[in-house]
Write a protein that binds this ligand. Structure first.
Ligand code: SAM
Length: 318
């Protein structure tokens, strides 16, 4: 059996994507491939924060539709870029050895970097937190600008685990303002998963920057996944406050232009957004670009009657 055949067999046997299958193959003991791969796969980390718009549930659908990962993308030659990384559901699914992750959320990026470089101090700090409304409000009121990077990461994970619905929302001054979540027993310090995530991030670059910076680095053959703040499905349903900047018509058109530039450069480009008239309009009629509709479960609406399946689009150039 050739190396590529063995990798494809791993992908089928364990129902994993081909990029991750490459990594598993390179780490596994080749004399005992299946058993050792099974041990490695059991050690796979999950995203360490809950993030609104997380893509985990949709990945299986994308894969069944043969839209993800791009079949011709070769991880040995190309790099993976995720310029709106958020909780990193797609990164943690692919686990490419070399990747560029970025986001505009400063505290999130600091947290990724602390997990990567100072995991044991972070675990120690997370173990000191308490689940109590008064304590939550005290931690929430702290200004991240006055904190060390370690304290920013510890506060960020603590608030994410104990706030209402694990949401991240800031007010117009950029201050986190989600209320206490009243969970009975939230797991604030999932040390096992955090250590696995730390290992997975070892060769990964994580920066705070605008998504447009991807244009400076991505080359022909690289794979870029964009998961921007979604265009609102209706005027009242706008949940785009990850940062205190809006991401509406003008910003979506600028993003479309970045998509087209990368497409022309020969990158593999994949982008998620809401299935709205506006998004369908700005991506239609582009040569070589496909719009596919997918159904997602959305549980973020606090009004239970409004939860349910909503239609999203996946836009690809391959
Ligand atoms: C829909 S979320 C991404 C969710 C992510 N795919 C996941 O699985 O959790 C959008 C992300 O874009 C970030 N963001 C907003 N505007 C940005 C910009 N101009 N450049 C880079 N990131 C931005 C937000 O901070 C947020 O984390």
């Amino acid at each position: 059996m050739t190396k590529n055949e063995a990798i494809t067999e791993l992908a089928t046997t364990f129902n994993i994507n081909l990029i991750y299958a490459h990594r598993v193959f390179s780490l596994a003991d080749k004399t005992n491939l299946i058993e050792d791969s099974s041990r490695i796969i059991a050690e796979k980390p999950k995203p360490f924060v809950k993030w609104v718009g997380g893509k985990r549930q949709l990945l299986a659908q994308f894969r069944l539709m043969n839209l993800y990962p791009p079949e011709k993308f070769n991880i040995k030659n190309g790099k993976y870029f995720e310029p709106f990384v958020g909780g990193g559901a797609v990164f943690f699914d692919l686990l490419p050895e070399r990747a560029h992750l970025s986001d505009l959320n400063h505290e999130l990026v600091v947290t990724y970097n602390i997990i990567k470089s100072d995991i044991e101090s972070l675990i120690k700090s997370l173990k000191k937190h308490k689940v109590d409304k008064e304590y939550f409000l005290k931690i929430r009121s702290r200004n991240p600008e006055d904190l060390s990077d370690l304290d920013i990461a510890s506060r960020f994970i603590y608030l994410n685990r104990t706030c209402f619905n694990g949401m991240y929302r800031v007010n117009s001054k950029g201050k986190f303002n989600v209320p206490f979540g009243k969970y009975t027993n939230p797991l604030i310090c999932d040390e096992d998963n955090l250590r696995k995530a730390s290992k997975a991030l070892k060769n990964v670059e994580i920066k705070k920057q605008d998504y447009k910076e991807v244009l400076k680095k991505a080359k022909r053959g690289d794979f870029v996944y964009f998961d921007p703040p979604y265009y609102p499905a209706s005027k009242t349903a706008s949940f785009t406050s990850y940062t205190n900047k809006s991401f509406l018509d003008k910003e979506q058109i600028e993003l479309r232009d970045v998509f087209v530039k990368l497409h022309k450069r020969g990158c593999f480009v994949m982008l998620s957004n809401s299935d709205t008239l506006f998004i369908n309009k700005i991506y239609s009629g582009l040569e070589g670009v496909r719009i596919t509709k997918v159904q997602a479960n959305r549980a973020i609406n606090s009004n239970a009657s409004k939860r349910g399946k909503i239609s999203e689009v996946l836009i690809t150039n391959y």
